[in-house]
Ligand binder design. Sequence first.
Ligand code: PA5
Length: 481
Amino acid sequence: MAQPQIKLHYKNVLAKVQPLGPEHGITDDQLSDLAEKTSPLIKQLNEQTRASQPPGTAYRKLPYDAKTPQQVKELVAKLKDGCENLVVLGIGGSALGNIALQTALNSYMYNLDDKQRSGPRLFVFDNVDPTQLTSFLDAISDDLDKTVFNVISKSGRTAETAAQFLIIRDLLKNKVGKNALKNHIVATADPEKGTLRKIADEEKLPSLQIPKGVGGRFSVLSAVGLFSAAMCGIDIDSLLAGAKDMDIRVSNEDFYKNPAAINAAVNHHFYNRGKKISVIMPYSYHLKNLADWYRQLWAESLGKAENLTGSEVHIGPTPVKALGTTDQHSQVQLYREGPNDKLFTFLEVQNFEQDLKIGPAPESAPELQFLAQKNLSLLLNNEKKATEYALLQSHRPYLTVLFPEVSPYTVGQFIYLFEVTTSLTAALFNTNPYNQPAVELGKEATFALMGRTGDYKPNYKYDDFAKDIQTLTKVDEEFLV
Ligand code: PA5
């Protein structure tokens, strides 16, 4: 039976849609220009993928990697029995995909209702707030022996993840003993390099690999996302099958048949015409954290100071996350009447796994009768239509990604579609989507402030770096009000 395909609907970015016109929509000529500009870039990306050059394109091979899901399943078979809590320690690309998969594919009450879960409870710690972690550790202190920690770090040098790991390792050593650490910690790291790989090898911890060339924010379909998903009962084969089928669609060199190419071209077009903010707005609780995942993918991949020829460009659309219908009552006033500087992407679910009928209206409130006996999903999707209509009346263009259903297969498709969209958008901007040089300074500054010793740069010690940071950032009494 044919699998349900997600689709990108792009009619309502076109100038022929009357409220948009040529001022806020794409004309036929502009669309042909975009096709002409983007088609060679699809071909180029396909060739880069085949040649693994630049290495960042390695994420495109993940749906075809049969070995990793096998290793993941073997580890799950070993650790799942008796495991009540799975805790992911990671940040950025080493956490957001895990959160997105869990929210998308397990039920809302998964952690709280034993009947609704087919694996351990899942907690993802992607921050170092001591009160948050203390509260969590207090709550599970009697259950540490039934808890598995998956520490994820590609570089192995991220301060947040390292600190969490050292806290947990110490706790576990005291509670279950050093020799039993291997039953409670899974390290997901670079295959060869980095501190986490070194510790995992030395302490004989079970470990999984993040393939070379797969950057953090492109890694959800690697062991990074697959292990927690499989532990929590998500069908990872189906997830990867969705991504693989999407790979065929987004490799198509015919622009008009390629959803990633159209998505990238539309985003690029509007960015260049003053719509520099890209709002993603799922109309589905389950899809809401895919918007967070997308925010990182888009921001770190596309926000760049230099283009590929070394010119200073300071380019990149600002991704914004909204949720329908919640943000209709929070953001839509701005979206309609504020600056016309946004492109909207809605995510719509056509068939919800569960639905509810709205009850009858009381006699005292006949004005509520219009809702009675209707499905809640009808209200949700009609609210989306209402928002679309209202935006169009304010000359605001939008795209929609249509999900026939929310399932591992369609979520795998979505992830892959947006990863390739990101690569193609960067190609249109002529920038490198696979690095994040601007994040590094903050990481190094943290090391300095936390007391790292030695040279930060030639003739510049971490000590001196820390003093310079303190001078610039210290709270000055004179300006305290
Ligand atoms: O996309 C990226 O590369 C980053 O967001 C990283 O995922 C994040 O900084 C965490 O890095 P690491 O996995 O090396 O600890």
